[in-house]
Design a protein around this ligand. Structure first.
Ligand code: NAD
Ligand code: MG
Length: 394
């Protein structure tokens, strides 16, 4: 039985993790739940799953939740701030931490969880993009498990089971193509927030949905796969597959290609991670090879002239060091500004390119530590915000 702390339990992945727990009838216990500010959802989750501790980043919301819980007669410790997440990630009673926070904010709690010997079930790809070079060696040093949740990485992981790493030739990471597949750059100049939030196959949180529209999500996933599977970025190919049935493929050195298939749902990859190395019960609707969607599975290359952030991510992943941290931070700032209606869709890309270009020389000689990663993240956000606010004279 795994004893879970779920970081970011009120989000899309957090809720689906609790759906797995709900259907798993006693295979998991919930030790801690955390969120940013959505205390109404957290309150309902606490009533149902009765964790020992919870944490809300926003201190006002944390005290509001404490009051609600007191009035309902529920005794539970309510923590707050960054420290609250770290305490929940390192609880003695928990053995597995689900990293479902969105963005760089997930890195420090996951780092501390690994340090204190927890297995990590990770959805939060930004943690590996920015911190893969410190997290993965620590995972090995501590002898804990990194259980991927991101669907492509779960697919790759499942295909790799039983294969020798030396036999892996290439990874073929699939992408739906997002809502703007086939559009030109001039089409994309005019798209709205609503258009960009309308994903054709996946229902996810706001930030990753925008990342799917710019295809930065695939760029982040290339770097995520590089860290998880120790493979160079230029041995990872992006394959646009709009039906999202094949979740990724691996090619072995003899030319064999293995794929993992399923409906586009995160419930299964979450279940695979939580039950590893066993297989859990069937809780998703059964795969039907005669389903209409199955009659036409198509594959096309990714147009990196249109979706330029994919190209940038390849370059950032190859150079490594703090460049992926800068790229990720600038992207987070730009996506937030786009969602707030402050910049246009293609300004996301412009902000990220410009931040990476300007900061690359200064970060190239800094050695990689958790501290230097956090400091660089902060500086890159500041820089990107300046670009967004139009404060930089070009
Ligand atoms: P979401 O926006 O729906 O949820 C994010 C969660 O993080 C919420 O519970 C929010 O309260 C919490 N949060 C935000 N800032 C926090 C902070 N500083 N401390 C603690 N909690 C904080 O996001 P999501 O779609 O569930 O995505 C979560 C992560 O999983 C992202 O990194 C995303 O890329 C990855 N992922 C998501 C999906 C998906 O289908 N949603 C698929 C693959 C990977
Ligand atoms: Mg994915």
């Amino acid at each position: 039985m795994r004893k879970l702390s779920i970081l970011g339990s009120t989000g899309s992945i957090g809720k689906q993790t609790l759906e797995v727990v709900r259907k798993a009838s006693g295979d998991f216990t919930i030790e801690a739940l955390t969120c940013g500010s959505d205390i109404d959802t957290l309150f309902e989750q606490i009533k149902e799953f009765r964790p020992k501790v919870c944490s809300v980043v926003d201190p006002d919301k944390a005290s509001e939740l404490s009051g609600k819980l007191r009035d309902s007669g529920i005794k539970i410790e309510v923590l707050t701030g960054k420290e609250g997440n770290i305490t929940c990630a390192t609880l003695d009673s928990c053995d597995t931490v689900v990293g479902a926070i969105v963005g760089f904010a997930g890195l420090e709690p996951v780092y501390h969880a690994v340090l204190s010997g927890k297995d990590i079930a990770l959805a939060n790809k930004e943690t590996l993009v920015a911190g893969g070079d410190v997290i993965m060696p620590l995972i090995r040093e501590k002898g804990v498990m990194m259980l991927p949740i991101d669907s492509e990485h779960s697919a790759i992981w499942q295909c790799l089971k039983g294969e020798r790493r030396d036999d892996l030739d290439r990874i073929l990471i699939t992408a739906s193509g997002g809502p703007f597949r086939g559009k030109s750059r001039s089409d994309m100049e005019r798209v709205t927030v609503e258009d960009a939030l309308h994903h054709p196959t996946w229902n996810m949180g706001g930030k990753i949905t925008i990342d799917s529209a710019t295809m930065m999500n695939k760029g982040l996933e290339i770097i995520e796969a590089h860290h998880l599977y120790g493979i160079e970025c230029d041995r990872i190919d992006v394959v646009v597959h709009p039906q999202s049935v094949i979740h990724s493929m691996i090619r072995l050195k003899d030319g064999s290609v293995l794929a993992q298939m399923g409906k586009p749902s995160m419930v299964l990859p979450i279940e695979v991670a939580l039950y590893y190395p066993e297989r859990g019960p069937s809780i998703v609707t059964e795969f039907d090879p005669f389903d209409a969607a199955m009659s036409c599975l198509t594959f096309e290359p990714c147009d990196t002239e249109v979706f330029r952030l994919v190209r940038l991510a390849y370059e950032a992943g190859k150079v490594g060091g703090l460049i992926p941290t800068v790229m990720n931070a600038a992207n987070e700032s730009a996506v937030r500004a786009f969602l707030a209606g402050r910049i246009g869709f293609l300004d996301i890309e412009r902000t990220v390119f410009e931040t990476v270009e300007k900061m690359s020389p200064s970060v190239s000689s800094i050695s990689l530590t958790l501290e230097s990663i956090c400091q660089t993240d902060k500086e890159a956000r500041f820089f990107a915000d300046e670009i967004i606010n139009g404060n930089i004279i070009k």
